[in-house]
Design a protein around this ligand. Structure first.
Ligand code: DQA
Length: 150
């Protein structure tokens, strides 16, 4: 793939997503983060996307990763975990990154507690995919594939 291909997507998982596999399976399924990432990588290959991964439980590190993202990626797929619902710093950082982005949640955040209904990313992302489990990541990658052109 040529360096001008514009096909690099970084998947940024936030707080507590490293605990997948031991979080409530009715919401998050049974895959560990490593298993989920393997699946996302496969989706990416099928769509001719070069997918890289980042996860942290530290909000500042997430913000700093977003600041540097334009140097290493053409698009972002974000699942910030609970930060989704209150971290305006992460919203600002995504705005600074200025990359096309899609938000994904494994669980259906619209059908759970009220506080999960708010997303700080609303209006900044091309699409929010929620409640579709790992399959939601494929849908998000398809949106980014179209956005980046083929
Ligand atoms: C989540 C939904 C969030 O509300 C929650 O805090 C998470 C995971 C999801 O993938 O469903 O940690 O982002």
């Amino acid at each position: 793939m040529s360096p001008t291909a514009h096909n690099r997507v970084e998947v940024l998982h936030g707080v507590n997503l490293d605990a997948l596999g031991r979080r409530s399976p009715e919401h998050y399924g049974t895959l560990t983060l490593a298993e989920l990432q393997t699946q996302i990588k496969r989706y990416g290959r099928e769509l001719d996307l070069e997918v890289a991964f980042f996860q942290t439980n530290n909000e500042g590190e997430y913000v700093e990763r977003l600041h540097r993202l334009p140097e290493v990626a053409d698009a972002a797929l974000l699942n910030p975990g609970a930060w989704t619902h209150y971290s305006w710093a992460i919203r600002d950082a995504l705005e600074i990154a200025g990359l096309p982005a899609v938000e994904v949640h494994l669980s259906d955040v619209g059908e759970r507690e009220d506080w999960r209904r708010l997303s700080v990313l609303e209006g900044l992302v091309l699409r929010t995919v929620s409640g579709k489990g790992p399959e939601g990541y494929r849908e998000a990658l398809e949106v980014l594939r179209r956005e980046l052109g083929s």
